[in-house]
Design a binder for this molecule. Sequence first.
Ligand code: ATP
Length: 360
Amino acid sequence: MMKVLELKGVTKKYGGFTAVDAVSLEIEQGKVLSLLGPSGCGKTTTLRIIAGFTSPDSGSVEISGEDVGQLRPYERNVGLLFQDYALFPHMTVDQNVAYGMRYRGTPVSAVASRVKQMLSLVQLGGMENRYPNQLSGGQQQRVALARALATDPQIVLLDEPLSALDAKLRLELRIELKEILRSVGATTIVVTHDQEEALSLGDEVVVMHAGTVVQRGTPTQIYEAPASKFVAEFVGRSNWFYGARPRRSDSGMSSYLTGDGVEICARSGQEGSSADLCIRPENIELVNGSAREPVDYPGHNVLLGVVLDVAPLGADVHVVIELPGKSRLLAIRKNVGRSQALLPGEPVRAVFSMSDVLVF
Ligand code: ATP
């Protein structure tokens, strides 16, 4: 596959502070890459360097094999949707979408048909003559997307494209955005601090922390096999037992004792040292404690607890249970109806596979 973009050892410092630290990154034709990380980790700066708004202190940016370090943003053939690059308020929808093409001297008739095509792509046909302030937030975002895609750029850079929208619209537009990007085959980098957005939009996800790339992988890899404690904490919900002490080990598995006196079996970590254990809430099965006699669950941990709180959240039910020693465990189960409902105060067994425990 052809590399459309390649960053090699890109570093950017502000005074003594390193915002982007030797980042190397590449993206293949037609792929969508999510850049995910907490506020201040350097996502936007990385995107601005690719766009040409910020010059790196060292390292290089290549687009289709060409070093673009000396090129101005408008010479780089990138489509932009940036927070500080709003729609032009004095221009109609039509004019906003046409802007990049006009700038490049595209013939008028070609511009008109491309604008029409773009507006139908983002489902805004009929709104050509409105001004941005006559549009809803979601419609404005769609115009901005149409503008970013209109010049058929080699790379599309989207910085928090959905952040200005309320939760419901955000979800709708996210699905739409994904379809649009796939349908035009746009090679895209999308920056977000929202993990759900990153995992759902990206073919691959790059997790950044303190200016560096800490993991790159498919959404499934990032979620199921986080490379570090930071990634596991940042992506997805988790139950954590920090500083658990290994006691017995046998064929790659250890029994750990947590600070609260809970015993958990999981794969062995580094010899002798304490470990941080992470259990995803959807990997925990809850078995009504009084309903059955103790049964053996080979390869599983079975923790006895008491239901503390039950929160039905639509399709899922979030159940918090309290274990002996007062530690708590969140389990997420599908909402299967009243018959299997758990009640606060009930004894319960939390059952989870030893191999589902992440050890750091
Ligand atoms: P957010 O999600 O909040 O936008 P981010 O990951 O995109 O965060 P950046 O905007 O890339 O983060 O900023 C990275 C770091 O560099 C931050 O600590 C920020 O304060 C700093 N920074 C960014 N631009 C400048 C600047 N022009 N001058 C000084 N410091 C800057």
